[in-house]
Design a protein around this ligand. Structure first.
Ligand code: NAD
Length: 374
């Protein structure tokens, strides 16, 4: 098969496959094409690809002739109808929000695999792009907060006076939240965590943070690991506990998400007013509305003396490792759907293929997405 790597648009710094990963595909008998400069922002030059027998081809040729098109985000041409019908697109397309684009792709007879829809099972872990990228985002969020914070993170006793440790509140203890806990603890902060899934309490405590207990959480055990919506009574109790924690916090790292839905608003304007001037909020849920009042997606603003950063793509700011991990996820997925004869082998009985295949053979085949289109 001919696998084409497209250069990302709009300032995205990641590339979907690195040279050593392309080499594996070529050794397996595939041909790999690269749009010139696609890896540059991730420090993978064209020459590093050609050294692994990747050919540099024009974007037009890749778009018209490749069997598989790799990119992180949806290539703009796929909205314009200029990709060869029958081509396979693999990336992170957020189909729960972009369902009209998915309908257009099915009409164009494109086969699309959106890797953010891969089920969160043990077998799928090596292809789980949400985890690999969220891990980086959680780490970067804490470093960014430390950079913007006008005080130290660790406690110090010096001849020039004592420094109290920074207090960090983390909202949501999924992959990003837990990495943020670990990173903030390594920097010496005192960390508190809120999550609606009581199951994460032990993980939070084992990282040396305090878990904010709220009774009566809804059962999320059948939601594939994701959080579920909570009762009004629970939300009120949680709000009270979060308000107490916000009033003490210097830094908030917000990561709470509900799959395919707007992010829950957990910090109100009244709570924000209780924070000390110079406090910092990093909201990773900004692209779906944010967890914190006043946060604007892709902007850094000030409100009531607090710096608010809305950024849901912090992994893009660490493009080397983000590409390395994303590329490994993509490579593992390609090895699942391309057989030894280098032919496409789609097994719709496989929950991984079924979960992330959104369009195929002129139809929207993913039932969650087709229901949204109705
Ligand atoms: P996510 O990005 O969907 O959400 C982040 C966190 O926010 C979750 O822990 C969620 O419980 C929490 N949250 C949602 N609403 C909240 C609210 N109102 N208040 C406080 N917290 C709230 O999560 P994720 O990192 O993508 O992980 C989702 C799940 O998948 C987790 O259970 C994770 O352990 C699991 N997972 C499994 C695998 C695997 O087995 N392959 C891989 C990765 C993640």
């Amino acid at each position: 098969m001919i696998i084409g790597i497209l250069k990302e648009q709009n300032g995205e710094q990641r590339v979907s496959i690195l040279p050593e990963q392309a080499e594996v595909l070529i050794k397996n008998g595939n041909t790999v094409w690269l749009e010139s400069g696609a890896g540059e922002a991730a420090f993978a030059a064209d020459a590093a690809y050609t050294a692994k027998n990747v050919s540099i081809e024009s974007r037009e040729k890749i778009r018209k002739e490749a069997d598989v098109l790799l990119s992180y985000w949806a290539p703009p041409e796929a909205a314009e109808g200029t990709i060869r019908p029958g081509a396979i697109l693999i990336g992170v397309y957020q189909p729960l929000f972009q369902f009209n684009l998915m309908r257009s792709w099915s009409e164009q007879k494109l086969t699309c695999f959106s890797l953010d829809m891969i089920p969160r099972t043990t077998r799928a872990q090596s292809m789980d792009v949400l985890s690999s990228q969220a891990n980086i985002a959680g780490y970067k969020a804490v470093l960014l907060a430390a950079n913007l914070f006008p005080r130290y993170f660790p406690m110090f006793m010096t001849a020039a006076g004592s420094i109290a440790p920074a207090k960090v509140l983390i909202l949501g203890a999924g992959v990003a939240g837990l990495q943020a806990v670990a990173t903030a603890r390594r920097l010496g902060a005192v960390v508190e965590v809120s999550d609606t899934r009581p199951a994460v309490k032990e993980e939070v405590m084992s990282l040396g943070a305090k878990f904010i207990e709220v009774d009566g959480a809804a059962d999320a055990s059948k939601a594939g690991g994701y959080a579920v919506e909570q009762s009004e009574e629970y939300r009120q109790k949680q709000k009270q506990r979060i308000a107490e924690a916000v009033a003490k916090a210097d830094i908030i790292i917000a990561t709470a998400q509900l799959q395919g839905k707007p992010a829950p608003l957990l910090v109100t304007e009244e709570m924000l007013k209780q924070m000390k001037p110079g406090s910092v909020v990093i909201d990773l849920a900004a692209s779906t509305g944010g967890n914190v009042f006043g946060v604007k997606n892709n902007e850094t603003t000030q409100l009531h003396g607090v710096t608010l950063v809305g950024n849901s793509q912090l992994a893009s700011d660490m493009p080397w490792d983000a590409s390395k991990m994303y590329g490994k996820n993509v490579l593992n997925f390609l090895q699942l759907i391309i057989n030894k004869e280098c032919r496409l082998n789609l097994n719709f009985e496989d929950d991984i293929v079924k979960g992330c295949c959104i369009t195929h053979d002129g139809a929207v085949v993913n039932t969650r997405i087709s229901e949204l289109i109705k």
